[in-house]
Design a protein around this ligand. Structure first.
Ligand code: PAF
Length: 284
């Protein structure tokens, strides 16, 4: 395969992917990787654009990973828009869209040794989605092994995922850089997410309470301790219509609850807007 493709190329098997990337490696091309579960939006596209600028060659994976869904209903409802995703990516040059089926990602003879994530997977999302992060680590590990990129791009909206991916990258010793990318927001402040496709215009209005609460915390930070502010922020959040799952102010590396304010605190929120589960966070 030529490394100067005019348009993005769709690949479905690990074998084809490996053949294509062989040429890239021989030519010492820098390969960037953007893992996704599809249903692409501008947030994903901003990661792809950044990867495109910083690498010779970019792989975007589109794979809805069943292993990371602890709720089968959520898995069933996860939006799948492959044709539209391909269309959105088709104008990028030197880009491979890797859209495998499950056997390609989890072959019978795969080599994966689960790791202890040092408790990072037990708090916040981990408390409400048991097994979720082990599923994420498994799929990202297998994708890294297949693609062996130089750089991999992850959005900060999934803050805990990013912390865990950094941890696992060090643990397995993958020779690649994890690049953290800012959360892209609608003009209103709503964080872009594939799940927003399931929200009505009214829902989107209601969901703004998440962003407003994060801003509330940032604004009031000087007046209260993290614990006091957590209580106030929960009260503020509950004036809106969403059902809160958790609101926590934690250290951005250990994800442990913050006792006092440090430069590296992050506030994380998960809530239901009707049946749609939304998460967001802000460094405060
Ligand atoms: O963030 C996501 O979309 C997924 O968790 C990822 C990293 C693609 C793994 O399935």
């Amino acid at each position: 395969m030529s490394l100067l493709m005019q348009n993005a190329m769709l690949i479905k098997t690990a074998r084809e992917l490996s053949d294509s990337l062989k040429t890239a490696r021989i030519k010492k091309k820098i390969v960037g990787f953007v893992p996704t579960m599809g249903a692409l939006h501008n947030g994903h596209l901003s990661l792809v654009k950044r990867a495109f600028l910083e690498n010779d060659f970019v792989v975007v994976s589109i794979f809805v990973n069943p292993m990371q869904f602890n709720n089968q209903e959520d898995l069933k409802r996860y939006p799948r828009t492959l044709e539209k995703d391909i269309e959105l990516l088709s104008s990028f040059e030197n880009l491979i869209i890797f859209a495998p089926n499950i056997e390609e990602i989890y072959p019978e003879n795969e080599v994966f040794i689960p790791i202890d994530l040092g408790g990072l997977d037990k708090v916040l999302e981990g408390e409400f989605r048991p097994g979720h992060f082990q599923g994420v680590v498994h799929v990202v590990h297998n994708l890294f092994r297949l693609i062996m990129p130089n750089k991999a791009y992850f959005g900060m909206k999934d803050f805990q995922q990013l912390a865990i991916i950094k941890f696992m990258n060090k643990y397995y010793g993958f020779p690649l850089e994890i690049v953290a990318c800012e959360t892209l927001r609608e003009e209103t402040g709503l964080a872009m997410s594939s799940r927003n496709m399931r929200l009505s215009e009214n829902d989107k209005e209601d969901a703004l309470v998440i962003w407003k609460t994060l801003l509330f915390i940032k604004e009031k930070k000087g007046n209260f301790s993290p614990k006091e502010l957590q209580v106030k922020a929960i009260e503020f959040f509950k004036l809106g219509k969403l059902e809160l799952e958790y609101l926590a102010i934690v250290d951005s590396e250990t994800l442990k609850e913050a006792d006092d304010w440090k430069s590296s605190n992050v506030c994380c929120i998960a809530a239901y807007c009707g049946e749609v589960r939304l998460i967001d966070n802000l460094l405060v």
